[in-house]
Design a protein around this ligand. Structure first.
Ligand code: FE2
Length: 373
């Protein structure tokens, strides 16, 4: 399924100036003022299942192409259709990213796909690339159907390959890409109650590994992998993404791995394998698996994992004494600095700068920058 990458050309001076102008116009971060304290409904976590076979709908030209040497995106999951979701959408609208990664769990209810899509397009516009990957609530069609979401919020990025909504990749900008986004769906059930096979050396494992390897060999500065479920977490969830699959992402030094599912915000240090850390083991901690620590690690040392399951619905508690806590730099949950909001990332050839922007009524914040070697 991994096809050839799109051609990358040179940008002339005129185009570069135009790109710079458009980029400046498009990237005005404006974190909203934190405000009063929220009362949000808690969704019920559950299961999932099967799926469709669609390929990406035809892409429309988007602002993602205009920014030249940078990419600005937001990411969050676990959204719902309530007041929290709308507040987070307001934040995204204010940040004016080129695209948003919606990391699954959209409505938590059946039959509300159109309402969800209308809520999104009402805030962000009908042409905005609000890019989907399924969560466990819609992957099997039980609480809304990923196939319906994909129809009402279709892919808007040119050059996307794979099965949009489930397993896809895209380079942004299409010409001279700064980042490759690889979205996958391990650890959740699809139609028929079965998970997709991401076991070692399976077709989907190889698709993912090849996408990472090719990005590196093609000189794309940053690789971002997204999926609904995390592996390491201080919230309620276990390693649903799979230990082997997660270690493969670390061994390949993916720069940033994004997830939702646990309704918390949490960010790890750079994690790496090798030497005295042959592989990370869930529910345990080894200092030998820590690479870059702090807020400005250097690219290539390891992988930073961020869970942004705070896109609108009710929060879960975090366990401050979780065995994996040593891997984390910062975290937030229902019982610790509760927040809804979004991750906001701007990447250039030199650095990837990320920050968490809280929705109105919240004050938790985070920021880190990965420096290019
Ligand atoms: Fe969720």
């Amino acid at each position: 399924m991994a096809g050839p990458l799109s051609k990358r050309g040179k940008v002339g001076l005129g185009a570069a100036l135009l790109s710079l102008t458009l980029m400046l116009a498009a990237c005005q971060p404006g974190p909203p003022e934190p405000a009063p304290s929220p009362t949000l409904p808690a969704p019920s976590p559950t299961q999932t299942a099967p799926s469709p076979t669609q390929t990406a709908p035809s892409p429309t030209r988007s602002s993602a192409q205009a920014a030249g040497g940078s990419v600005h995106f937001t990411a969050q999951g676990d959204i719902g259709v309530g007041a929290g979701a709308k507040k987070v959408l307001d934040v995204i609208a204010g940040l004016k990213p080129q695209l948003n990664l919606a990391l699954g769990d959209f409505t938590y209810k059946k039959g509300m796909e159109q309402e969800f899509c209308a809520m999104v397009t009402g805030s962000l516009g009908t042409d905005f690339p609000y890019q989907l990957v399924a969560g466990n609530h819609e992957s099997d069609g039980s609480d809304g159907d990923i196939e319906n979401f994909v129809r009402c919020l279709p892919n808007k990025l040119p050059g996307l390959e794979g099965d949009y909504g489930k397993q896809w990749r895209v380079d942004v900008p299409e010409q001279n890409p700064v980042a490759r986004f690889i979205m996958v769906s391990p650890g959740i059930d699809f139609r028929g109650g079965k998970p997709l096979d991401y076991s070692r050396d399976s077709e989907r494992w190889r698709w993912t590994a090849d996408a990472i390897d090719q990005a590196r060999s093609q000189g794309i500065p940053w690789t971002v992998v997204g999926m609904h479920v995390p592996c390491f977490s201080l919230g309620e969830k276990s390693c649903q993404a799979g230990k082997d699959f997660t270690n493969m992402l670390i061994e390949k030094k993916v720069d940033l791995v994004l997830s939702g599912h646990d309704h918390v915000y949490q960010r790890t240090h750079q994690l790496s394998t090798g030497g005295r850390c042959p592989g990370l083991v869930p529910a345990a901690y080894s200092a030998a698996c820590l690479a870059g620590t702090g807020n400005s690690p250097v690219q290539g040392s390891g992988t930073v994992f961020v869970t942004v399951g705070v896109g609108g619905v009710g929060l879960y508690n975090v366990q401050n004494n979780d065995p994996e806590a040593g891997y984390f730099v910062t975290w937030s949950g229902k019982n610790r600095n509760p927040t809804l909001g979004t991750l906001d990332v701007t990447a250039t050839a030199d650095e990837l700068a990320a920050r968490f922007i809280p929705a109105e009524g919240y004050s938790f914040a985070d920021s880190f920058t990965l420096q290019r070697r």
